[in-house]
Write a protein that binds this ligand. Structure first.
Ligand code: NDP
Ligand code: X2X
Length: 330
């Protein structure tokens, strides 16, 4: 595996180019501001609304998506994944300049065949492995977040150089960029979100908190133990891996870790993780997410966990009947 750093990227390939950042949310605002501070000409493509107002306040030239795309040599699509295919069809594809480069920060729509760019365009990915706000904050501190880079289509013969320059423009090559594929980034990112970072951790935290509060301990103590301190432990892992974290905690905590960890994350858990991954690989998750959005987000918009479970039960059955009609490439 090769890591790419600042010295591997040549910003010249992007000089004089116009970069349209489509979307100004978590990633859009961060990447646009970093690119501008790196000396590039950035325009923003949006619909009228709070992002448009914010982007103008931040001093950007803001256009409709169609107009921004028509100006751009590179089009970075930082819309919500579930909206990209529609906006691409309606506003991006009809206005792309010949030979313009398409950039993504997550491979979902390309990997699952929801966006199929014509072969004349380079299609690249530069995916910061970090929430957008940290992409900006670390850049301003003179550092950067690590990222992934992938080339899906290389019509120009320069796609990787352009991707490296873009990665440098948003600060990722300061920390290191690994080359991957749209498939690998998509499947690992979805797995990480579901089984570890968000899905896994939130259920672990809630189970721990409920165990303590059900046993009559003060909720504030349970919060400190199960959530507040989690950040401190993860910071240690981030600084020096699991061994550094174990070195830093008490022997009592280490002994408890060895004795109990495998009772919490059991072989069953590992089996379920493998099932989650296979549903990502076979397109089942992608179809479910596409359908969830096509039928008005009943699960996503549920007001609480109880309603969410009811919706998953009710809607899930219905969605499974509709799944054969949703086409995703795997
Ligand atoms: N969040 C993160 O940290 C990470 C995200 N990514 C990827 O980055 C991409 C963008 O995600 P993220 O930044 O989280 O998205 P956000 O939801 O934070 O922002 C979406 C942006 O798109 C705009 N938008 C939504 N619909 C439309 C539309 N129909 N026309 C024009 N603009 C629209 C929104 O503006 P409005 O105010 O009008 O709603 C908003 O500015 C995704 O592919 C995601 O997977 C990758 C790595 C990390
Ligand atoms: C921050 C990140 O990369 C996530 C959790 O996968 C996302 O927000 O898409």
């Amino acid at each position: 595996m090769k890591m790419y750093y600042d010295q591997d990227a040549n910003l010249e390939v992007l000089q004089g180019k116009t970069i349209a950042v489509i979307g100004y949310g978590s990633q859009g605002h961060a990447q646009a501001q970093n690119l501008r501070d790196s000396g590039f000409h950035v325009v923003i493509g949006l619909r009228k609304g709070k992002s448009w107002t914010q982007a103008e306040k931040d001093g950007f030239e803001v256009y409709t998506v169609s107009d921004a795309v028509a100006l751009a040599d590179l089009v970075q699509i930082l819309l919500p994944d579930e909206r990209q295919a529609f906006v691409y069809k309606e506003e991006v594809e009809p206005n792309l300049k010949p030979g313009a480069t398409l950039v993504f920060s997550h491979g979902f729509n390309i990997h699952y065949g929801q966006i199929v760019p014509s072969s004349e365009h380079d299609v690249i990915m530069v995916a910061p492995k970090s929430p957008g706000h940290l992409v900006r904050r670390t850049y301003e501190q003179g550092a950067g977040v690590p990222g992934l880079l992938a080339v899906y289509q290389d019509a120009s013969g320069q796609a990787k150089e352009v991707a490296l320059a873009y990665a440098k423009g948003i600060g990722c090559t300061r920390a290191g960029v690994i080359e991957t594929t749209f498939k690998e980034e998509t499947e690992t990112d979805l797995f990480g979100e579901q089984a570890v970072l968000c899905g896994g951790v939130t259920e672990l935290v809630k189970a721990g908190f409920d165990t303590l509060t059900d046993a009559g301990y003060q909720p504030e103590i349970a919060y400190f133990e199960c959530l507040h301190e989690l950040k401190l432990i993860v910071d240690l892992m981030y600084e020096g891996g699991l061994s550094y974290m174990r070195y830093s905690i008490s022997d009592t905590a280490q002994y408890g870790d060895f004795m109990t960890g495998k009772r919490i994350i059991t072989e069953e858990t590992r089996k379920e993780m493998k099932k989650v991954l296979s549903e990502i690989q076979n397109g089942e998750f992608a179809k479910s997410w596409i359908l969830e959005n096509q039928v008005g987000r009943p699960v996503f918009n549920a007001i609480n966990r109880k309603e969410q479970e009811h919706m998953i039960e009710q809607v899930g059955t219905k969605l499974r009947e509709m799944m054969p009609f949703v086409k995703v490439k795997k």
